[in-house]
Design a protein around this ligand. Structure first.
Ligand code: 5GP
Ligand code: ZN
Length: 121
């Protein structure tokens, strides 16, 4: 299977190892690393190795990889100790600039380690 890449994309460069990141989890189809500007004690980005501009494009082209994002998140939540009954975590897929997407390589935010409020800003 071909794995689309964009040589100008920040997250493709992290996947390639050309830009450093604190990687916490890897699978055949995903890479997960700590967010540079964390919004919670645990703030990890789970991304596909393939380049798609957002989660919708990923789900359309590689639905199995889209599912793998959630499986990686589950394992990361266990690793980080935020999956317990008194823990809990939030998963966010900002899709489009109006939803505050700023990096146009699909990514799943995993946030935890503090109480969350709703609605989001
Ligand atoms: P978005 O706003 O697109 O949903 O989320 C993009 C996220 O990427 C932001 O939370 C931002 O802090 C993070 N980010 C941007 N550049 C870098 C980087 O070079 N390294 C890491 N680790 N995170 C980054
Ligand atoms: Zn990319």
């Amino acid at each position: 299977m071909t794995s689309p890449q964009d040589p100008t994309c920040l997250f493709c460069k992290i996947v390639a190892g050309d830009i450093p990141a604190t990687i916490v989890h890897e699978s055949e189809t995903t890479v997960s690393f700590r967010d540079l500007n964390p919004q919670a004690p645990t703030h990890i980005l789970v991304i596909p190795r393939s380049h798609y501009p957002n989660a919708a494009a990923l789900a359309a082209a590689e639905p199995a990889t889209a599912a793998h994002l959630f499986d990686a998140a589950r394992e990361i939540a266990q690793q980080e100790g935020i999956d317990g009954a008194d823990g809990g975590y939030r998963m966010v897929l900002n899709t489009g600039a109006a939803a505050h997407q700023t990096v146009f390589h699909a990514h799943l935010h995993v946030l935890g380690g503090r109480p969350m409020t709703w609605p989001p800003g």
